[in-house]
Design a protein around this ligand. Sequence first.
Ligand SMILES: *Cc1c(COP(=O)(O)O)cnc(C)c1O
Length: 229
Amino acid sequence: MATISDNLQQLHQRLTTACTAADRPVQSVTLLTVSKTFPGDAVRAAFAAGERRFGENYVQEGLDKIAQLADLRSQLEWHLIGPLQSNKTRAVAEAFDWVHSVDRLKIAERLSAQRPQGLPPLSVCLQVNISGEASKSGCAVAELPALARAVAALPRLRLRGLMAIPEPTGDFEAQRAPHRALARLLAELNTTQDLALDTLSMGMSADLEAAIAEGATMVRVGTAIFGQR
Ligand SMILES: *Cc1c(COP(=O)(O)O)cnc(C)c1O
């Protein structure tokens, strides 16, 4: 059976190939290792193989894992990538380094107010409902400029960019379209709102090549590293 270290080696090869195909330097894409549902020992194995950034989907599971890996805390970056309810913002503001799933101002305001003074500003991405699905989380494209302006003004947050989870499809060109749309939105915000957003959080195990082709700077990968959940 392939080990986590084997899978990571293969995945980095995939990232290198995708960057080469897109004519981009391999350092322009950061890997976020998505450890949701896998135990702390799996994170330790990925850490031993060189990974330093970990993504969690569920707040309580993430908090438990951050506590289990407290000995490595100063070397790790913890990213919340799943839905966030307002009653959990304080714990998240105190424990995580990034939140990718901010989709409304109220959550951002609470995170900013609750971010401890002793920590650097919390890095956040705005999650965009790029496929326009009624059931999906993420802010509507039409609401994005106003939300970005308001979040960028919050003192204890650092607005880094945009995140999306496009509707799954197997076709490469179809995969590219929503990623291209998200990249355009980021470029528009930077020019029209005078922002300097540097992060496009897009691409997962099944579509990271398409995301990289369209400019992803951070791919969030779980299954290809740890196996099926
Ligand atoms: C689970 C998850 C991922 C990783 O997906 P894989 O298909 O396992 O690579 C990425 N982003 C988010 C928001 C997730 O919930």
